[in-house]
Design a binder for this molecule. Sequence first.
Ligand code: SAM
Length: 232
Amino acid sequence: LTIQASQLQQNQVLLTPQQKHYLLRVLRLQDGDEFISMDGMGKWWLTRLTADTAQILQPLTPKTELPLSITLMLALPKGNAFDDVVRYSTELGVSSILPVLSDRTLLNPSPQRLERWRRIAAEAAEQSERAFVPTILEPVVFNAALSEYINSQCYICEARGSYPHLINIINIPLKNIKEVVVAIGPEGGWTETEIATAILAKFQPVSLGDRILRAATAPIVALSLIAAACEI
Ligand code: SAM
């Protein structure tokens, strides 16, 4: 259960009516049952449900985070596809998602959509028992975003180039790298200029295989490969 710092009073969690409903009616917990509370910022507690409150029993060490942070840079796909990208990327361990405006993406999301993605990330983090809720960053223009990541291991995924497969160049075991950045293009793909600019900014162009994946599928493949490289 994700809780706010303001809900903690000494060793008690002041549950909201919605949280009580979720614990009692959805999860069907009973008095005395234990569950995990998390603050979405790295803290976990073993918690016991009591008559009308919940009691913190002890802090726990979360084991659900990857050993490095992954930033997903994504040109916004059409419709609600970004909802799924946020949900599945969170389950796979992404740390932050940066919506980018590229030459072939004109969409600039409203503050309401950003709020919606943040809610989806929080729900997915809870479902996957993540210690941290991924950050959904404010959208930026792709070229402007590139220079922010000079100290990271950066990849740009390109569907039709003869680039090496991500699985072959990913640095296993990624021990000395603190952040990996993966850039995925829009439905119409990156322009040649964008790829060239990214390469100049030390992004490695990579393939995710011989099939053309939808803009919403490609991040899932890339994140699965990186997460697996960290965990094997
Ligand atoms: N319209 C583009 C084309 O025909 O080449 C395809 C764009 S694809 C739908 C959207 C994005 O997903 C691409 O810009 C790329 O970042 C990523 N992507 C899709 N399939 C890929 C693949 N096989 N290898 C690497 N990246 C891929």
